[in-house]
Write a protein that binds this ligand. Sequence first.
Ligand code: SAM
Length: 260
Amino acid sequence: MTETVEASIYDYPQYYELLFGSDVAAENRFLKKCFQKHACCEVRRIFEPACGTGRLLVKLGRAGFDVAGNDLNAKAVEYCNRRLKRAGLPESVVVGDMADFQVDGGFDAAFNTINSFRHLATERQAVGHLRSIAGGLTAGGLYVLGIHLEPTDGQPIQEESWSSRRGNLVVNSYMWSKGIDRATRLEHLGMNIDVYTPARHLRIVDHMEYRTYRWSQFQSLLKKVPELEIAETYDFSYRIQCPIQITSRAEDVVFVLRRK
Ligand SMILES: C[S@@+](CC[C@H](N)C(=O)[O-])C[C@H]1O[C@@H](n2cnc3c(N)ncnc32)[C@H](O)[C@@H]1O
């Protein structure tokens, strides 16, 4: 029998981590290479806004960086801090809103991949976020920001699915676009997560909104935070030797922003 709950996947850190945590090596390798190639300072202190379960952050901490982060979801923060503690690192992640935050002592680099930034629903929140980042970054430091742009040419991706297994636990997810409200620029997304164990099938029915960005809209946002400049652009293949030019068809873009 299937048990169905309407909930956020972020309230189930163990299932989130199983789904998305298995393949972090390419992302972390790319981040480290970005720091070496584009930062004009030595990167030691790293901050991740919307860090969630610490999918990327914990490994960077283990690699010797001084890491910290924030997230709105208290369950994710608790999970992440437990992992940091298990790794012998300070429990440096706090519950906080990435739209408006300050970090004691600042940081040399920050990152925010896989569209988390698009959770900020309004222009005001997005500007507040970039100003908070700029306020905390060392001069010459980096903000690596990965988002899906809305292409103005060609068909955008409408659905994605993931699947992962650990022993008898299997987690499958399917996410689809329900459409974009043009007045608010919010894309409505449905997400079903099916969790299977030998004794149970749990279906988590999730819904989220992501703010949409065309390239021109992202450029106009950046103009509001002149302390940050684009150092380089990549895509989600995370190849440091292959920067990209943004075209009208570009979707998955990693912006490497530098603090002037
Ligand atoms: C797609 S997950 C990414 C988590 C993590 N960065 C990763 O790469 O696995 C998005 C995260 O954004 C968090 N989030 C959403 N809105 C937020 C906000 N305004 N401030 C801080 N965190 C937020 C959610 O709780 C969730 O953990």
